[in-house]
Design a protein around this ligand. Sequence first.
Ligand code: ATR
Length: 292
Amino acid sequence: MSESFSPAINASTRYCAVLGHPIKHSASPAMQNAGLAALGLNWRYLAFDVAPQDLREAIAGARRMGFVGLNLTVPHKLLAVEMVDVRDDSAKTWGAVNTIRFERSGDGSLRAHGYNTDAEAITRSLREDLGVVLPGAKVLLLGAGGAGRVAALKLAAEGVGELYLVNRTEAKVTAVAEEIRTRSPGVKVSTGYPKAGVDLVVNATSLGLQAADALPFAAERFDLAQARAVYDMVYRPAETALLHAAKAAGCRTANGLGMLSYQGARALEIWTGQDAPVEIMRRALQSHIYGL
Ligand code: ATR
């Protein structure tokens, strides 16, 4: 299928890994090992189930064993901010770490450098997979958990014109809206549904993961025909009820697979210093998740 080649594991093999809890459904090993093979590196990418109370020791163990770096997924991204030695600007800006690279410092010690590759991946996917022009856009964002907060702040930083924030727990959107007013005062941010049409709706809630889930918005408060494009961060299933309804309403649609590939591609670049084979990584995800 491809010309990728993985050298056999031997004493020189180097390792990266994702730490999460739970971890068994992670698609990252499939994606990253495809990327590493395409680059011809004698590296492997593993996955470990690590409980939050063990995270600090797990990071220290990986460093001690010469791992190149780590990815962190739910529920570790916020905890890890305090566990790295050096925070990249991306980690400082978004207040979460999803990628660590162990780097040797001047005194010979290995330090854990923390990065965030999630925020950039959101806007890259909106641009490249959905063709959305963000500056000046009117956006309805659903969800204000970890992913929703970063998406809101990143969209504001990209200069969207109007941002409408909706979340089941009202206090969270109020807090995110306040944060945006301080950080991106040029953006017109409000909580609740827009009264007129929008360029983009983004689902950053976890609704859609289960077949029985309700739609992530109140259909009596907002009509999808008022949206030009709909992005669902959920990628499993490939077409959620939201995306199905959005297509029926004539919207352009994309799911979160692009976001997953771009955050992984950027992590691979941080570890290797080489351009990531992003299309190969995306195809590996499609094959792993959808059996395509
Ligand atoms: P993530 O890191 O993926 O963002 P999270 O921080 O747990 O995960 O956030 C989950 C998001 O989905 C939140 O916006 C959550 O709403 P609350 O802030 O009110 O908890 C939303 N969500 C999860 N289950 C939901 C449900 N049954 N109905 C509505 N929203 C839900």
